[in-house]
Design a protein around this ligand. Structure first.
Ligand SMILES: [Zn+2]
Length: 406
């Protein structure tokens, strides 16, 4: 099995290539390796559904992870659980495929991978709910000795979960694990850029600095690979999950449903720049709701509605009755979110200007300077499996590995 180090640059998209530095880690990967600049993200363009598609080769309709959080009407923001655990994914992952082939894997803050029975070393992405202890929860959801060792060595790099410290910490753990354990698959999720964009805007100076910090982290990880005997044939792969766009107006769709007389039949879950609507009872009239909303698009910040037939074409999860896309500059609220004030966000649908994500592969035997054509995000995992020489039979995407091997 060929070893892979998979690095996710959360919220990196095709408009960002202009900000790469000549000596940056991603620049080097693109010059010496192969890149796809148009990996079309999933619907909705959210971190958890996208990261699950990236490691399964399946869309949300098959993974059953169609949001960061399960729909939890009546539960306020800080008490809502997320899809933290591996058990939420309905199909096999690359970690399972590595394990089946007799290999070892490491995940650092990779979404929806907590309590993963096929993990050898897992630093979990999980948040404490009200009243919970973050240390105990992290130990319970990850691999305890790995978490403790990471904290002992690198704990001083971070201040809680704030950025850029958390991504510096994640990169340091990753480099250390590559040097000491040489896993067959190492996957790390760097959140820095996503956080900067939410807080400061898509092309703020803070976001541009985060792109450059991520390039330094890629250099740090590649150096660990190059300096470690046994890792000389490993591939470095960089991916992303969605872009972002700036927002200036919040629309509370729960209030919209109440005003339009639809609140008895439907509940709403905000995806940021789109929203899901759930039927509250079996004979809820979807046709009527779509017709009523269609007559009130502009005042509710809605660009377009997605019927169930549209959602089927978009490979969206089955339990949603219908959905809608936000107009430019609009973010949706469902009235139960945490009331955070953000300058940019995501969660949009297909055709959005921030939908083009990254897939870059660097290492021995990979075609240099090769530009791959546009592909759906579900093609990433089967291509990684193809490069590693392992089987991911439930994946629905296409394996492009032969295209990029010299
Ligand atoms: Zn994300």
């Amino acid at each position: 099995m060929r070893k892979v180090v998979l690095v996710s640059l959360d919220a990196f998209f095709d408009a960002d290539f202009q900000y790469l530095r000549p000596d940056g880690g991603l620049t080097k990967m693109i010059q010496e390796g192969s890149v796809c600049r148009q990996v079309k993200t999933v619907f909705p363009a959210l971190t958890y559904p996208a990261h699950v598609t990236l490691i399964t080769g399946c869309d949300p309709v098959d993974t059953h992870v169609g949001q960061n959080q399960p729909y939890q009407p009546e539960t306020p923001g800080k008490e809502r659980v997320w899809y933290w655990e591996r058990k939420h994914i309905a199909v096999p992952t690359l970690f399972d495929a590595v394990k089946n082939a007799g290999g070892k894997n490491c995940s650092v803050l990779w979404p929806v991978c907590c309590k993963n029975p096929t993990a050898d070393w897992c630093f979990p992405e999980v948040h404490p709910l009200l009243g919970e202890n973050v240390v105990l929860k992290t130990l319970r959801y990850g691999t305890p000795l790995f978490v403790l060792d990471s904290e002992r060595r690198f704990g001083s790099l971070r201040q809680g979960i704030s950025e850029p410290g958390l991504s510096d910490y994640a990169a340091a753990i990753t480099a250390q694990t590559i040097r000491k354990k040489k896993p067959d698959l190492t996957a790390v999720h760097l959140i820095d850029l996503d956080e900067m964009r939410h807080h400061h805007g898509v092309f703020s100076k803070e976001a541009i600095s985060a792109i450059q910090r991520n390039e330094d982290r890629l250099n740090q990880i590649r150096k660990a690979m190059e300096e470690t005997p046994g890792m000389e044939n490993a591939l470095l792969i960089a991916v992303s999950d969605h872009g972002q766009s700036d927002i200036s107006k919040t629309i509370n769709l729960t209030e919209s449903l109440q005003k339009l007389g639809l609140a008895d039949d439907f509940g709403v879950q905000s995806n940021g720049e789109s929203a899901y609507f759930f039927a509250k009872r079996q004979n809820a009239d979807v046709e009527n709701a779509l017709a009523v909303l269609q007559d009130h698009l502009a005042e509710n910040g809605i660009l377009r509605l997605y019927s169930r037939a549209d959602l089927d074409r978009m490979n969206a999860v089955k339990e949603v009755a219908f959905a809608c896309e936000a107009a430019d500059q609009v973010v949706f609220s469902d009235g139960l979110d945490e009331g955070k004030r953000e300058k940019a966000t995501h969660g949009f649908g297909p055709g959005h200007k921030a939908e083009n994500c990254l897939f870059a592969v660097w290492g021995k035997g990979i075609r240099a300077g090769y530009e791959m054509p546009v592909m759906p995000m579900r093609d990433v995992a089967p291509t990684i499996a193809g490069l590693m020489g392992i089987a991911l039979p439930k994946a629905k995407g296409i394996d492009h590995s032969r295209e990029i091997i010299k």
